[in-house]
Design a protein around this ligand. Structure first.
Ligand code: K7E
Ligand code: CUA
Length: 764
């Protein structure tokens, strides 16, 4: 339950607190001083109190927003509006090693049309997997409008798992929308084209060009789209737009908008009016009412042809089997959104000032009675528009998208031209409230707004322009997401989030407690497939394998060194590094960059990733860690030595640098013994508490124990060499012992602070 402070109580509390501070002896500014200095009103203070999240605080909801043609997904929290992550999807992203390690390169290649790797995508509609119409927190999908593709993202590690290319359509817009139980991910075309990437001249538009909607079969357990179980419905060459899945009574159905049912083909260069004129001539376009459940049965009965390996149900079969019906909708519609109870479908008409509420039961009755007012040019039955409508409500100019509230019958619609959001009652057909937006709003986002049980609370306006809202950063402005409180009767604007990637079209938000991401990978996981990597090795079994023309490194990384550190190769060799991060500690990520090469890996705890240099050029190539992983992060480094063709292999030199004596060894050894007594004190403190009740502390203690174990091994080596009076190796290994001690002490102190701050008790 959310604690709702009334406006007056909140302000009274804030003012009382500020009074308390003013009375204190410190010279710190009071709240009133700050309000005056920064010119903040009480309303501002209230908005701040509703969004401000103190350090260490958590958000109630997580948002997944498209980044548009930046090709990724932006993750941010609500109500704090703090950005947490950019999930790389269609576009390479070096921090995550995405598009730079062999594993993700393979994923991007498999997700591109044959013969090329496409390194960007135009993401529009992220959608979450659902079970019984509600988010289950497992999978996320997003579409690429430019190259018709769908990506699957795992919510276990927030990584892209799969990209599938549509072999039939040439572009799309109506993706990635899911059916009520994520049986299918839907993807509908926008610009009609000959199916299967063929050529046909534009004067054959009516006969050879087609639209289509693909039903990608999703295997929820495997987290995989299965192309062999997917199918496409051939549709008339209208510009199909967005699609919304039915729910409850309409669960077997989907609703697909279209514009340009005029089938106009522009040609401004030859004196014809542009597309925009010819595509908006008619008063109405067609909503497609799709019986996908029946389409699935027709597909399973084998009534399809295959195009480029994809099952396509031909136009005639679609009509004969009763898979698609049309109903006129106000011209140039955009948003289509099924109500939480599945009874209504609300359509926004960009060029019409109404929100049109279609009644599923009324449409279904006409379909069952085969009562049609006519057929389109291809023979698709058309329902009566008036008889299909529950109501139409004058909302304002340019209604685009709709999102539902947790309150029954309440919906929010974006008004693109008016730059407003309208709150209205779609049952009674009346406007309830309006709020101004900066500026030209597109999609809206309510919490769980497309599920059967929306959470309410907040609304986000995904705006197209930000004009005067932020400090200028050049002609390309940040995108602006505006957070609005919808818990009361009146909408209240709370916060502006400038986003430095664009253009975000749609976003979805899920209650944070529905997500259970992992903290570390199972040892040796290829994160791009989530399977065990065949290249993983354990500490102690690192190796360099040489075959003619090839050098393959199987190594490990841990604070703060690579094993191996020096790798020899010959000019022209193919050199591959497979690194496994053998850390168990939370957040102990290492990187791997090789100078002068397009290589950077992100190695999270437990992960195995690979990088290949195809034809090594002669030279010295330092490699190093790109994450500041410990105090000796800068020392986490190595050399790839590529000797000129034909020269002999060199041994890593040991007789360079400082020479150590017994005195050096004794000094280092004493430092280690002193450090050990500090560690013992910290350990004594931790074990005197109930640290076992704190999973974070338990994880840290495990990690520190690991480090101390490695330290003991290094100490044994130092002792051995000391016995042989090899002071060089004895001193260096004693130094390594000390490194492990420092890491253990660092973790130990972090744990001590954590326990103190989180109220651990003394138990013995
Ligand atoms: Cu920009 Cu859904 Cu692609 Cu509307 S879409 S705004
Ligand atoms: Cu590992 Cu820095």
């Amino acid at each position: 339950m959310r604690l709702e402070l009334s406006r007056t109580t909140a302000i009274a509390t804030i003012l009382a607190l500020s009074g308390a501070f003013a009375n204190s002896a410190s010279a710190a500014e009071s709240l009133q001083d700050v309000m005056k200095r920064r010119n903040l009103s009480e309303k501002d203070m209230l908005a701040a109190a509703k969004t401000y999240t103190p350090s260490g605080g958590r958000d109630e909801f997580l948002t997944f927003s498209s980044s548009g043609h930046a090709g990724s997904i932006i993750v941010y929290g609500i109500p704090s509006m703090r950005i947490y992550k950019y999930i790389a999807v269609f576009t390479p992203e070096p921090w995550q090693g995405y598009g730079f390690d062999d594993e993700s390169k393979a994923l991007l290649k498999a997700g591109s049309p044959q013969g090329q790797t496409i390194n960007w995508g135009d993401t529009h509609h992220p959608n979450l997997s659902k079970t019984n119409g509600d988010y289950d927190g497992q999978w996320l999908f997003i579409n690429d409008k430019s190259t018709p593709r769908i990506a699957v993202i795992s919510l276990k590690d927030f990584e892209t798992r799969q990209i599938v290319v549509n072999p039939v359509l040439t572009n799309e817009h109506g993706g990635a929308f899911v059916t009520n139980n994520t049986e299918y991910v839907m993807e509908a075309s926008q610009l009609p084209s000959p199916l299967g990437h063929k050529y046909a001249p534009l004067d054959k538009f009516n006969d050879e060009f087609r639209g289509g909607i693909t039903y990608w079969k999703f295997n929820k357990d495997a987290g995989k789209i299965e192309q062999e179980n997917s199918f496409t419905l051939e549709l008339p060459p209208y510009s199909q737009d967005l699609v919304s899945s039915g729910k409850g009574p309409s669960e077997d159905w989907a609703f697909l908008n279209s514009f340009c049912s005029e089938r106009y083909v522009g040609g401004i260069e030859s004196g014809k009016p542009p597309f925009e004129a010819g595509c908006s001539a008619n008063d109405t376009d067609f909503m497609h009412i799709i019986n996908w459940k029946k389409a699935e049965a027709v597909f399973k009965a084998g009534k399809f042809t295959k195009i480029n390996g994809m099952a396509v149900i031909p136009l005639k079969t679609v009509i004969d089997e009763g898979l698609v019906y049309l109903v006129p909708e106000p011209k140039s519609p955009h948003g289509v959104d099924v109500s939480p109870d599945g009874k209504f479908v609300i359509v926004g008409g960009k060029l019409d000032s109404h929100g049109s509420v279609f009644d599923f039961a009324k449409m279904k009755a006409q379909i069952d009675a085969k009562k049609f007012v006519g057929k389109d040019a291809y023979g698709f039955p058309i329902l009566d528009m008036k008889e299909s409508l529950h109501t139409q409500v004058a909302l304002g100019l340019g209604p685009l998208h709709n999102q539902y509230d947790s309150k029954p019958c309440v919906v929010y619609t974006s008004l693109y031209v008016d730059s407003q959001i309208v709150k209205w009652d779609y049952c009674q057909g009346k406007v309830l409230d309006k709020i101004a937006i900066q500026y030209n709003v597109g999609h809206l986002l309510t919490m769980g707004g497309d599920t059967m049980h929306p959470d309410g609370h907040y609304l986000v306006a995904l705006n197209k322009l930000s004009i005067d809202r932020f400090n200028p950063v050049g002609p390309l402005h940040p995108q602006n997401h505006q957070l609005i409180d919808i818990s009361g009767d009146k909408m209240e604007l709370l916060y502006d989030l400038p986003i430095g990637l664009g253009e975000p079209h749609q976003a979805v938000a899920i209650r944070a407690d529905k997500l259970k991401p992992t903290i570390r990978y199972k040892y040796g996981t290829d994160s791009r497939t989530e399977e065990e990597s065949k290249f993983a090795v354990r500490p102690g079994s690192e190796k360099i394998v040489r075959t003619p023309g090839k050098v393959e490194v199987f190594g490990t990384v841990i604070r703060s060194h690579y094993n191996p550190e020096i790798v020899e190769a010959e000019e022209g060799d193919q050199v591959t590094f497979h690194w496994t991060n053998s850390e168990r500690a939370e957040d102990e990520t290492h990187g791997f960059a090789i100078s002068q090469n397009d290589v950077n890996l992100s190695l999270e705890p437990g992960k195995t990733a690979s990088a290949t240099i195809e034809h090594a050029k002669a030279g010295v190539y330092p490699y190093y860690c790109t994450e500041f992983c410990s105090a000796l992060h800068l020392e986490m480094e190595g050399y790839l030595m590529v000797r000129p063709k034909g020269s002999a292999i060199e041994k890593a030199s040991t007789n360079v640098g400082t020479v150590y004596t017994k005195a050096d060894f004794d000094k280092q050894y004493k430092a280690c013994l002193d450090t050990q007594s500090v560690i013992d004190k910290v350990v004594a403190y931790i074990t005197s508490t109930n640290f076992k009740d704190f999973p974070t502390a338990v994880g840290q203690v495990e990690d520190a124990t690991d480090q101390l174990k490695f330290g003991t091994e290094a100490r044994a080596k130092a002792d051995d060499y000391a016995k042989k009076e090899d002071w060089q190796n004895a001193t260096l290994w004693a130094g390594q012992w000390w490194q492990y001690q420092v890491k253990a002490a660092d973790i130990g102190l972090r744990t001590k602070t954590y326990l103190e701050q989180n109220g651990a008790r003394t138990v013995k």
